[in-house]
Design a binder for this molecule. Structure first.
Ligand code: PLP
Length: 390
């Protein structure tokens, strides 16, 4: 079905930081399958895990213990919050699991609180439950929505957040530490800490949607960790399966024992294969220095982008985000940015666009300084052309 606007190329192979198409062209991939391939394509450790687990078993169902999933859950908990993990197959399903779990908590332990505070322009998925929490008219459209109370607040407005929480008594605050499809808009660390404070004070749940910002993308395993807070619930997906479908939630001690057998579930998850790839990804990030190297690579990219902004203030607005999750906002029209994306593609670089005029960069942590320089030189040439015309 015509659910996607596609780019006019067909990929035959992907290796490292590059895509190869049917016409013999090569593309530097600054999109990584929408924030999935955090270590680039076909990383040797990921491919090895694929072969090793592929020869053992692909699926066994939840009637049995699943060793790769247990290993992955342990690593996630050891590197985030004390609690338990529920695995599913995607980001939207992680949001659904969170909705059901928080509903249980609301009924049993919240002292009458219910519903969610979410950020304006948030994105939490497209299933009917998740779309209730997604605050983008183009995504919500006029689809039916469940009667879950939801209040929308302006990101980083602490006073408004306080007022809404006091007045409405929500069960939870759900936030992306960096709003992804909302235009790469980071929540300030002080704001994240205020969310945590309010949740502690008023007995609400602090929930972080790390589906796009997690798995090392911002230079920490999860982006909330930059602010030093302790959420009650973490949503993850995208990068965690090393390129295969996998998502889930990490529930802290308040929530970790609420689901009982039969309360929630899914046939395929956790795929032993996805979980094995997830273990390989976390090993690379946490034990083999990939996250630290990614931080260095990102620092170079940020430095070069900032110098572009100094050179072309008439074109480049804010540069937002953290690590390898970057939004370069522009003062050009949507059609011009779309044309720029096509021209860059013709020159062998794949970038994404979000909120029409924001160039969204989601590069692999393995992006080298040389690759960054080549990309920035291309952007520079286009911005110079615009400057000449203006
Ligand atoms: C992509 C995304 C989702 C939805 O994930 P799917 O796997 O596409 O269902 C939810 N929240 C955030 C922040 C995302 O970026």
């Amino acid at each position: 079905m015509s659910t996607y606007n596609r780019l006019p190329i067909a990929i035959t192979e992907a290796r490292g930081n590059y895509l190869y198409d049917t016409e013999g062209n090569t593309y530097l991939d600054l999109f990584t399958g929408l924030a999935v391939n955090i270590l680039g394509h076909s990383h040797p450790a990921v491919v090895q895990a694929l072969h090793e687990q592929g020869e053992k078993f692909l699926h066994i169902s939840n009637k049995f213990l699943n060793p790769p999933a247990i290993r992955l859950a342990r690593r996630l908990v050891e590197n985030s919050i004390l609690g338990r993990v529920f695995f599913c197959n995607s980001g939207a399903e992680a949001t659904e699991a969170a909705l059901k779990l928080i509903h249980k908590w609301s009924l049993k332990q919240s002292g009458g609180k219910s519903g969610f505070v979410v950020m304006k322009k948030s994105f939490h998925g497209r299933t009917l439950g998740a779309v209730r929490l997604t605050r983008q008219p183009g995504v919500q459209q006029d689809y039916p929505q469940p009667e879950i109370p939801v209040w929308e607040v302006e990101p980083n407005d602490i006073e408004q957040l306080k007022a809404v929480c006091k007045r409405e008594r929500p069960a939870a605050v759900l936030a992306e530490p960096i709003l992804g499809s909302g235009g790469i808009r980071p929540l300030e660390e002080s704001y994240l800490r205020e969310i945590e404070n309010l949740c502690r004070e008023q007995g609400m749940l602090c929930c972080m949607d790390e589906i796009q910002s997690g798995v090392g993308r911002t230079g920490q395993l999860f982006a909330y960790q930059h602010a030093g807070i302790q959420p009650d619930l973490i949503l993850f997906a995208k990068g965690i399966g090393g390129g295969l479908p996998l998502g889930g939630i990490i529930a802290g001690e308040t929530l970790s024992d609420l689901f009982r057998p039969g309360d929630h579930g899914t046939t395929f998850a956790p795929s032993p294969l996805s979980a094995a790839l997830g273990c390989a990804v976390l090993e690379e990030l946490l034990d083999r220095g990939q996250m630290e190297q990614g931080r260095n690579h990102a620092a170079h990219l940020w430095e070069r982008l900032r110098s572009l902004r100094e050179k072309y203030p008439e074109t480049v607005g804010e540069i937002r985000g953290r690590g390898m999750m970057i939004g370069l906002s522009t003062h050009r029209r949507a059609e011009e940015i779309e044309a720029l994306q096509r021209e860059l593609l013709a020159e062998g670089v794949l970038v994404d666009i979000t909120q029409q005029t924001v160039i969204r960069l989601l590069p692999p942590l393995t992006l080298t300084p040389e690759e960054t320089d080549r990309f920035v030189a291309k952007l520079d040439a286009h911005f110079a052309k615009w400057k000449g015309k203006a």
